[in-house]
Design a protein around this ligand. Structure first.
Ligand SMILES: NC(=O)c1ccc[n+]([C@@H]2O[C@H](COP(=O)([O-])OP(=O)(O)OC[C@H]3O[C@@H](n4cnc5c(N)ncnc54)[C@H](O)[C@@H]3O)[C@@H](O)[C@H]2O)c1
Length: 249
């Protein structure tokens, strides 16, 4: 997959999926710019630099429009362009609709949808100006189905990303900008670690996957690598399940 020399901005890059996809993209020759609210994102940057990759990072709150603006300017100052934006950061407050407060609901929407809106709003003008680019949004199988094990605030937010993705794909194609989402099933990361420690919940998640295993961070990174690459230049507006068949059932 050719991503050689592409400038890729990745959000949530300190996290389980984000750190692995950042390393994979860098290993394949991309210049990666890592964003996360967690200052440990610098460790991911250092590990990429130590193995000969090109990486920069910034600790920002992705729900702040001002911080996004500064991040966009910093990427341009460092790397001169933005070829790929991967909106990957997300949270999950594990409460069902009757337990969740409005404040918690708003927080989920702000991080899981608002930060993606701000990321696209920040980066699209740069991509238009340079004559193209591609955006990849990390949605979920929960953005495709009403997943009974998952909080409604999470499925509602991930569903919004699926159609936000298609809307951007439709409007911005004329500028040479593609927009796709990836829709993974359960992956073992800091987000799901506590939940998967329960043997009952682990079994529930395994039981829904026709291929009989959880998704890995590598499975997700491979899908992002493909969508970011020159091999995917006619793929636009797709919601790509990385789910071993969960959404077939
Ligand atoms: N783990 C799964 O099973 C799974 C399945 C499908 C989709 N996803 C999605 O994949 C993405 C990555 O999830 P993960 O499993 O790696 O989770 P994770 O918790 O390991 O990583 C999420 C990262 O996002 C960052 N983040 C959260 N809020 C932020 C903010 N306001 N500003 C900046 N950074 C912020 C966190 O600091 C963290 O590093 C999320 O969008 C998640 O919803 C996860």
């Amino acid at each position: 997959m050719n991503v050689q020399g592409k400038v890729v901005v990745i959000t949530g890059a300190a996290g389980g999926i984000g750190s692995v996809m950042s390393k994979r993209l860098a290993k394949n020759g991309a210049k990666v710019f890592l964003l996360d609210i967690d200052a440990s994102v610098v460790n991911v940057k250092d590990s990429i630099s130590e193995t000969g990759g090109q990486a920069e990072c910034l600790a920002i709150d992705l729900t702040s429009e001002e911080e996004w603006k500064q991040a966009g300017e910093t990427v341009i100052k460092n790397f001169g362009r933005i070829d790929v934006l991967v909106n990957n950061a997300g949270i999950n407050i594990r409460k069902n609709i009757e337990e969740m407060t409005l404040e918690e609901w708003n927080k989920m929407m702000l991080v899981n949808v608002g930060s993606v809106f701000l990321g696209c709003k920040t980066v699209l003008p740069y991509m238009r100006h340079q004559g193209g680019g591609t955006i990849i949004n990390t949605s979920s199988v929960c953005g495709l189905i009403g997943h009974k094990y998952t909080p409604e605030a999470y499925t509602a937010g991930k569903g919004a990303l699926t159609t936000l993705t298609k809307s951007i794909a439709a409007r911005y194609a004329k500028y040479g900008i593609r927009c796709n989402s990836i829709n993974p099933s359960t992956v073992e990361t800091p987000m799901t670690k506590n939940m998967l420690e329960s043997p009952e919940w682990r079994q529930e998640r395994l039981g829904e996957v026709p291929l009989g295993r959880l998704a890995t961070t590598d499975d997700v990174a491979n899908a992002v690598l493909f969508l970011a690459s020159d091999e995917a230049t006619f793929i636009n507006g797709v919601a790509l399940p990385v789910d071993g068949g969960v959404t077939c059932c």
